[in-house]
Structures are given as structure tokens and as C-alpha cells.
Write a protein that binds this ligand. Structure first.
Ligand code: DC
Length: 229
């Protein structure tokens, strides 16, 4: 089997992280959640007063701090990964709605994107990696051997995210979550710096009506098609 890079891009809450993580574990690859890296920088900006509640970011201050921001992943005993920001486990914080509400603004800052893309490219140097995000197949790894673009309606994605947050005990409404999904789609698609778009050579997957098992089998088939040569 050839060792390859697998880029999985798509809209927020399209289920791409879960499928990317499971594929990586099944084929013995490293999984990197690039969205978690943007979330970690966002948390840092919030905690250091570099973004207002209204979403106005102090770009110069954030840019200055970027070289010192170490972002890493720690594998847990159950195989899951936790995001570390300068050595601190921030996995719970970065998934909260107050971070989600600001992450697209932070991810639209060119200096943030440049710094994180560089880190991501370094992580992929040895191949054998599954990375999910918005610009992995277009900007981070334009030469990735396998590119998947995941799509699903905003309503389906909001319902998934709402159920996930409810199961964690978060007091949010479906309407709030849907508004956040639609808002993030808009910012992700219209930002000047590497906007979310399907790479020309990506394989599309609309998983709105697929079961998890169907999705996993489809993904494995794509991997075998490309790596088994
Ligand atoms: O996948 P996610 O919802 O955790 O991503 C969080 C945010 O980060 C999302 O609003 C878009 C941004 N993002 C990005 O711009 N580029 C990536 N490669 C990954 C995420």
C-alpha cells in the first residue's frame, strides 16, 4: 500500500471530523483536525482580550503572538485526541459556542492562515496523514493523493451539532446553532484568503442521507482505490 495524504474538506458540522478520525484509525494513519488549530488560536485571542464580543479582532496583536503559539495534539488512552495550546489541554473550551462564534473571524486573518498552513504542511511531511478542514485539498496539500469534499444541508448539519451540544449538556437552542452554521458558511465561503471551495480533483460526498456505516465503507473504498496501486 502506498502511503498517501488524505485531505477531507467541507462545511462545518458535515461530519467530516468523525469520518476522518475513524478512517485514520482504521488504516493506521495520523489524524489532524485543522479546525481545532483555528479554534485554539481563537480561544487564545478571546482569553487575551484580542477580540471583542462583537467580533472585532485586534489583528496586529494576534499577529505578534502567533510565533509563540504552540499547538499540539495529545493522544488519549481511548485513542481520541485533545488539542494542546502552549501545553494546556483546551479540548473542552475550543468546542464551546463562544469560541465557534468567533472562529471564522480569526480564520479569515491572513497571518493566522499562513502560520497554521505552515504547521499543517509540516505535520504532513511524512505522509500517512488524514487532515480535515476547509482548504486542505486546495491550499495546504494541493498535491494530496486523495481529496474528499463533504457536503450536507445547513439544516442537517445544524441538527447534528445541536444533538452533540445537547448531549454534552450545553444550553443552546436549535435556532442558535442553525444561525451559527449559516453564518460560518457565509464567512468561510466569502473570505478573501483561501475560501472554502471544492478542489477540482476532489471526490464529492453528500452524506445527508447516509448511515455512518455506509459513509465509512465509501471512504475506505476511496482510500483503497488510490493507495492500492
Ligand atoms: O471544522 P471546524 O468547525 O472545527 O472549524 C472551525 C473553523 O475554522 C471554521 O469556522 C472554519 C475554520 N477553518 C478554516 O478556515 N480552515 C481550516 N482548514 C479548518 C477550519
Amino acid at each position: 500500500m502506498k502511503r498517501i495524504i488524505i485531505a477531507i474538506d467541507g462545511y462545518s458540522s458535515s461530519g467530516k471530523s468523525t469520518m476522518a478520525r475513524q478512517l485514520a484509525s482504521r488504516i493506521g494513519y495520523r489524524y489532524i483536525d485543522s479546525g481545532a488549530m483555528y479554534r485554539a488560536v481563537t480561544l487564545y485571542a478571546i482569553e487575551h482580550g484580542m477580540i471583542t464580543d462583537a467580533g472585532v479582532a485586534d489583528v496586529a496583536a494576534i499577529e505578534k503572538e502567533l510565533p509563540g503559539l504552540a499547538i499540539d495534539f495529545a493522544v488519549q488512552p481511548d485513542g481520541s485526541q485533545h488539542t494542546l495550546l502552549c501545553g494546556r489541554d483546551v479540548e473542552t473550551e475550543i468546542r464551546q459556542l463562544y469560541v465557534s462564534n468567533h472562529v471564522s473571524t480569526i480564520a479569515a486573518i491572513p497571518a493566522v492562515r499562513h502560520a497554521l498552513v505552515k504547521m499543517q504542511q509540516k505535520l504532513g511531511e511524512g505522509k500517512g496523514i488524514v487532515m480535515d478542514g476547509r482548504d486542505i485539498g486546495t491550499t495546504v496539500f494541493p498535491d494530496a493523493e486523495l481529496k474528499i469534499f463533504v457536503d450536507a444541508s445547513a439544516q442537517t448539519r445544524a441538527q447534528r451539532r445541536f444533538s452533540e451540544l445537547m448531549s454534552k449538556g450545553d444550553a443552546v437552542t436549535y435556532e442558535e446553532v442553525l444561525a451559527n452554521v449559516v453564518h460560518r458558511d457565509h464567512i468561510d465561503e466569502t473570505r478573501a484568503e483561501s475560501p472554502l471551495r471544492r478542489a477540482d480533483d476532489a471526490v464529492s460526498l453528500d452524506n445527508s442521507t447516509m448511515t455512518k456505516e455506509e459513509q465509512d465503507a465509501w471512504l475506505l473504498e476511496q482510500y483503497n482505490r488510490v493507495a492500492n496501486v
